[in-house]
Design a protein around this ligand. Sequence first.
Ligand SMILES: NC(=O)c1ccc[n+]([C@@H]2O[C@H](COP(=O)([O-])OP(=O)(O)OC[C@H]3O[C@@H](n4cnc5c(N)ncnc54)[C@H](OP(=O)(O)O)[C@@H]3O)[C@@H](O)[C@H]2O)c1
Length: 271
Amino acid sequence: MEEIIPGSIIVTGASGSMGKAAVEALARKGRSVTMACRNLEKGEAARRDVLAKVPGAAIRLLPLDLGSLRSVRAFAAAVAGSAPSGLLNNAGTMPPRFSLTEDGLEQTVAVNYAGPYLLTRLLLDSFAPSASIVNVVSLTVRYARIDRGLLEKGPEDFHQLRTYATSKLALMLFSIELARRTSLRVNMSDPGIVNSNMIDLGRWFDPLADALFKPLCKRPEQGIAPAISALESPQTMKLFKRDKCLDIPARFLDNPLAGYLWEETARRTGL
Ligand SMILES: NC(=O)c1ccc[n+]([C@@H]2O[C@H](COP(=O)([O-])OP(=O)(O)OC[C@H]3O[C@@H](n4cnc5c(N)ncnc54)[C@H](OP(=O)(O)O)[C@@H]3O)[C@@H](O)[C@H]2O)c1
């Protein structure tokens, strides 16, 4: 296990397109970074790439599988005591098929919502007082629906895009509750549509999309830029999108399920 740098910013999914771009952007600003990666080999390759561009950057790599509550707890224990100055909940997934994690949660909801929820709550007492938390959401939230059964969905409820959108809406409601319940800065970022592994839907038309659609998408460093602004902003409970810092629309702020999901997810993740 690598030695943790005190006061670093934790970036989840740091092996991915936007995660790696976030590590590079933060390293260029002289910030120390803890890369939280499911696949350590991929994470190490990403770290090497960043170090080649930003020699001497303070970057550590630790294992984190957000689809495993056990792994989330182990990661939180490893960084507790290092007073992280930030947490960028960037990792995300959009699997084409239904599957359950070892904890019996649907994979998308586990990785995009329940894992980040548990991680963030376990770290609450460890953060530096001025710490900043940024959760990466998606424009799909505006079409999402959520209900009390979020954590108990079966294969009959699964739809790749709808389940993804719901998981991001849950992350959004969590961010709002967290901002209300703590004195930390908690913001969200919406990257737009970014050319990354995530937009491969695993369908027959992917090669067509690669040729026609991907060239029109943002580059990872453009997609993650609002999250970097959010990490550094004195604001809280805002949505960072393109170069804007926006108020959260009332329909999200007033969602009556936010408090229920806060309690129910605590119960389901064993808090
Ligand atoms: N691309 C877009 O258009 C878009 C739009 C809106 C929002 N977003 C959000 O932006 C964030 C970054 O996505 P991206 O576009 O950069 O996609 P990406 O390249 O696929 O990166 C996703 C990252 O999440 C990690 N991850 C997946 N499952 C994990 C798990 N169980 N535990 C820990 N890490 C896990 C991946 O790890 P591995 O390297 O091990 O696979 C990878 O590092 C996601 O939250 C995504 O939902 C993306």
